[in-house]
Design a protein around this ligand. Structure first.
Ligand code: PHE
Length: 349
């Protein structure tokens, strides 16, 4: 093999050994660069006699072209390999199952609320919604709550530093009872002029607010108000409706109710409703779940009805409490922390 042929061989071998383009360019410089072996050969041409120059020059050029061709080939090779490596690293397996977005769930309070609405709807109750910012007339006065009653005090009630057009103070409603008045008034307007007015039968669930905060009280909580007024709606009806409600809500007949005498300005007589499970982890303990009573005649009058003709019951129950009992939750604050570890346990139930 002559010197040029072995130069081409060794260039090919060097190029083949280069595994990255920087290495390949270094190798190229050793042959084709300013001080490269091929360049040296060309420079040496000048020292040759004229008759040899031409033939030798042609041979060197042929070798140079062979090396350049090997270089171009190796460059393409390396570029291909790099592309393949990149494709392998970033490979996308279109046969893999898709990644789901996290599925949301209905908040346990909302689930309890939906159950309550469905149960009362099945008993012929309408569902009404009303303002959370109330006037003191609806929150207190219309409910026969005297001006100086402690429930109006700043300790209990969030007042808003505003008055409505008629000079009534605004507050964040401390209970859903204002909805008794609002709904009964709207009902009376709706049926004005009718020969006989249908019973008022409604529940009004929603957010309520009091200055109170610990494991079983939150400044924002939920109540559901119930109201049934008619010509002859008695405490017995309250007991039957509430017992049906509890059995449906907790999906068991293994429970008892107790009506414990109490006081509310807007009911007379009044009772706290206590619940006791006969089985399960809470069995045997009386749990306070609701206020209730026969609607006070003055309140019936404030609604726009004649208390000699219209009588009925009302109750106001804590939805958060009912949800805690149903789902076995011991700290009310968990409902409002927004912690997904807690909330996701109720998704899809
Ligand atoms: N509004 C009362 C409370 O928040 C509950 C209640 C409602 C009592 C209706 C009697 C009748 O404590």
């Amino acid at each position: 093999m002559n010197d040029l042929a072995s130069l081409v061989e060794s260039a090919r071998a060097d190029f083949a050994r280069a595994s990255a383009s920087a290495e390949l360019e270094d190798a190229k410089a050793r042959y084709l660069g300013k001080a490269g072996s091929v360049t040296e050969q060309l420079k040496a041409l000048g020292a040759l006699p004229v008759d040899e120059k031409k033939a030798r020059g042609a041979e060197i050029n042929a070798a140079k072209q062979a090396i350049e061709a090997a270089l171009v080939e190796r460059r393409a090779d390396l570029a291909n390999r790099q592309l393949e490596a990149q494709l392998a690293a970033q490979s996308l397996d279109v046969t893999l199952p898709g990644r789901n977005r996290g599925t949301g769930g209905v908040h346990p309070i909302s689930q309890a609320l939906e159950r309550i609405e469905a149960i009362f709807a099945s008993m012929g109750f309408e569902v009404a919604d009303g303002p959370e910012i109330e006037t003191d007339w609806y929150s207190f006065t219309a409910l026969n709550n005297p001006e100086n009653h402690p429930a109006r005090s700043m300790q209990d009630t969030f007042y808003v530093d505003l008055e409505d057009d008629e000079g009534h103070w605004l507050n964040l409603r401390p209970h859903t009872s204002p909805m008794q008045i609002r709904y009964a008034q709207a009902h009376a307007r709706r049926h004005a002029g009718a020969a006989t007015m249908p019973d008022v039968r409604v529940i009004a669930p929603g957010r309520t607010y009091r200055v109170d905060s610990d494991a079983t009280h939150s400044p924002m909580f939920h109540q559901v108000e119930g109201l049934w007024l008619g010509e002859n709606v008695s405490f017995r009806d309250l007991k039957a409706v509430y017992l049906d409600f509890m059995r449906a809500f907790f999906e068991t007949d293994q429970l008892k109710l107790r009506f414990r005498p109490s006081y509310f300005p807007f009911t007379e007589p009044s009772a706290e409703i206590d619940l006791m499970f006969e089985t399960g982890p809470l069995a045997g303990r009386w749990l306070e779940i609701s206020g209730s009573g026969q609607v006070h005649p003055q309140v019936v009058r404030n609604m726009g009805f004649d208390p000699e003709r219209v009588i009925g019951f009302a109750f106001g129950s804590g939805i958060d409490r009912l949800a805690m009992l149903r789902y076995g939750i011991d700290d009310l604050r968990l409902f409002f922390d927004g912690d997904l570890r807690f909330l996701s346990q109720f998704a899809g139930t």
